[in-house]
Design a protein around this ligand. Sequence first.
Ligand code: PRP
Length: 209
Amino acid sequence: MDKMVNIALPKGRLGEKVYRLFKEAGYECPSIEENNRKLIFENPEKGVRYFWVKPSDVAIYVERGAADIGVAGKDILLEYRPDVYELLDLKMGVCRMAVAAKKGFRDPKGETLRVATKFPNIAAAYYNEKCRDIDIIKLNGSIEIAPILGLSDVIVDIVETGTTLKENDLEPVETIVPISARLIANKAAYKFKNQQITAIRKGMEEQVQ
Ligand code: PRP
């Protein structure tokens, strides 16, 4: 069996920070810091192999065991509910899932609410709990445009600084759930590589606190 721990990192700005956390926890991988287009890097001495994947794909690699552990946003975990263990809140990539609308928006009660979002399951669960009848419009990005063009009444999206909303004359209406990056593990790998994975989790936990 492969004794290395395979780690899926989310490509991009959050990924750089996440790698730094692994490094501070004692799992550095010098080749990853050389600026090139490679996607897989390993440090056999530390027993780790890193690969960069699209942030929204990390949970898929981990759930299917192509990665033993990885770092995924709570938004992705709530939306896709992958069958993985959530080991640690890394307290980075902190933002919130929120409902937002055009300034001065009033809920047209009694009418179906049109909700544009990249997160249909989160939105459906949220409004289902409120017994609010909605029509979900699934988009893949630039969600903020939907209410401006009259495609939707509200959006359910990630708000970090709030700048995107403000610059598009929208405002947050309600927070659905706080979001941050989580260390996740494949269930079988957690059993068979428990010692290594636990050591990594502990090292990271010390850095987070
Ligand atoms: C996310 C989100 C908002 C924005 C919020 O988009 O969908 O558009 O960030 O950040 P802010 O509150 O700091 O302005 P992302 O950059 O992931 O791009 P996307 O439109 O492709 O989803």
